[in-house]
Design a protein around this ligand. Structure first.
Ligand SMILES: [Zn+2]
Length: 176
């Protein structure tokens, strides 16, 4: 993944501690006010590496196989959609040019782009909830989003995916 956008915020109250977190597609790095430019450079690189490592650790077990993906969909359908979405098959597929995932409500199949294998589990979960919801509601109207938003990290995940696509130059701008 290419480097994300970074915003450095300096705080007078901070003495030693450095913190970094993601806000949409930007990584915010909080630094003590008195740090030098060289220290800033060092810490920004260090915190980006740490963030990446911790996000990699949080990858979903669903990444390992189609079977694990289907199991995860069953859990998410139970938790967020009252068990109403019951896909027949959920499969990892080679990267699609304009989409993260797709579904065919007629035969209850969902396909997920290999590009999502490395994302944090909460991002993959959002994509799965999105596709599961399409088994119930076509299109992206208010009824669709009302169901999807039962998944609490919807907005953050949408921001994450926009940032990932932009950083990697994939041009995936549409939800599907
Ligand atoms: Zn969609």
């Amino acid at each position: 993944m290419a480097d994300p956008q970074v915003e450095v915020r300096r705080s007078r109250r901070r003495r030693r501690t450095v913190t970094a977190y993601r806000e949409g597609d930007t990584v915010i790095v909080l630094l003590p006010a008195q740090m030098t430019r060289a220290e800033e450079e060092h810490w920004v690189a260090e915190m980006l590496a740490r963030l990446q490592r911790s996000e990699t650790r949080r990858r979903s077990p669903a990444r390992t196989s189609d079977e694990a993906l289907l199991t995860r969909c069953a859990e998410l359908s139970a938790r967020h959609l009252g068990n109403r979405a019951t896909p027949k098959s959920v499969r990892w597929v080679p990267p699609m040019r304009t989409r993260w995932a797709s579904c065919t409500p007629a035969d209850g199949t969902i396909r997920v782009s290999e590009r999502l294998r490395e994302v944090p589990s909460w991002v993959l979960d959002y994509v799965l909830v999105h596709e599961l919801t399409h088994l119930l509601v076509p299109g992206h109207g208010p009824n669709f989003w009302k169901l999807v938003r039962d998944y609490p990290r919807t907005d953050r995940a949408v921001g994450y995916l926009e940032g990932l696509s932009a950083a990697a130059g994939w041009g995936i701008t549409e939800e599907d």
